[in-house]
Design a protein around this ligand. Structure first.
Ligand code: HEM
Length: 268
């Protein structure tokens, strides 16, 4: 009798723990989704000012759009690319849904970026709309990166996955082309300095963990519980390299985004 009661108690305790963990994961998912609103919140005041026709508002958007929305799009992209390596390292599955959410948000942010650039940047790139989005090679690379997101976002759902069958993966591989065109965009803008170097740094661990040999080794070792110390040390190094690129980019967004939010954008 007593042992029955004890086992019922421990079963309900285990159930409570599982429910709690479920709630924690749901809260974490919504936290990561909420972060995706930041770029729009940062640009909001300037956009509202432009709609209200306030003087200088369009010039403000022109000065801040690439910094705020370009950096945001890139950070969202990098976070999306981190989902699969995090699964490979930890075995977690709860966060995998964020890959699709971040992909869709990346498109929304990039689409807003190109739309605002096409409307407002005539002061920097005089000419037609085409000049503003493709008048320089670096602009063309940014525009191409954005356009290549269209097939990705259109097929980011179950129906498209069923319809395309085995071709779905090939379409999703466009992600790697986008990665290359973004790096080209940044190289043409910054050369071998600052933002381009951060982009290479942050990309390196994400690329390494996609190399089939590395991925298979890690997966097999994790499942078998082997090489714990080696995997732990390697994970630390990879996270450190990733952070060395990601943190300065996030800081850049915080600084430029903060100035944009209070409508004090400056051209650099
Ligand atoms: C997937 C799309 C894109 C990504 C990920 C991206 C990313 C970036 C990043 C990270 C920067 C550096 C921002 C900084 O200095 O803080 C940047 C700068 C810039 N981007 Fe993009 N970009 C994209 C699309 C575009 C498009 C469509 C255009 C215009 C048509 C554009 C025009 C520019 C310009 C002019 C700069 C230089 C801004 C400055 O330093 O003042 N980008 N981009």
């Amino acid at each position: 009798m007593i042992s029955n009661q004890a086992s019922a108690y421990s079963t309900s305790l285990a159930r409570d723990k599982r429910v709690h963990r479920g709630i924690d994961k749901t809260a974490a998912l919504w936290f990561f989704r909420a972060l995706l609103l930041i770029p729009f919140a940062l640009m909001g005041p300037e956009i509202v000012s432009a709609i209200l026709g306030r003087p200088g508002a369009v010039a403000n958007i022109s000065a801040s759009v690439a910094d705020v929305l370009g950096t945001s799009t890139f950070l969202i992209f990098l976070t999306m690319l981190a989902v699969t390596p995090i699964h490979a390292i930890t075995g977690w599955r709860w966060h995998v849904i964020l890959r699709r959410d971040y992909g869709i948000a990346m498109f929304a942010t990039a689409a807003t970026d190109i739309t605002l650039a096409a409307i407002t940047t005539g002061d920097t790139f005089p000419g037609t709309v085409l000049t503003r989005i493709g008048g320089h090679t670096f602009l063309f690379a940014g525009t191409l990166s954005t356009l290549l997101l269209v097939p990705l976002v259109i097929t980011a759902n179950r129906r498209a996955q069923q319809w395309l069958g085995r071709h779905w993966k090939s379409v999703q591989r466009i992600t790697y082309v986008v990665w290359a065109t973004i790096l080209l965009h940044l190289f043409l803008l910054f050369g071998l300095t600052t933002i381009f170097l951060y982009a290479v740094e942050v990309s390196a661990p994400l690329v390494l963990l996609r190399v089939p040999l590395v991925r298979r080794w890690w997966d097999a070792a994790r499942r078998a519980g082997r090489h714990r110390v080696l995997r732990g040390a390697a994970a630390l190094v990879l996270v450190a390299v990733f952070a060395a690129g990601y943190v300065p980019l996030a800081r850049e967004l915080a600084e430029k985004g903060g100035a944009t939010f209070i409508q004090q954008s400056s051209r650099d």
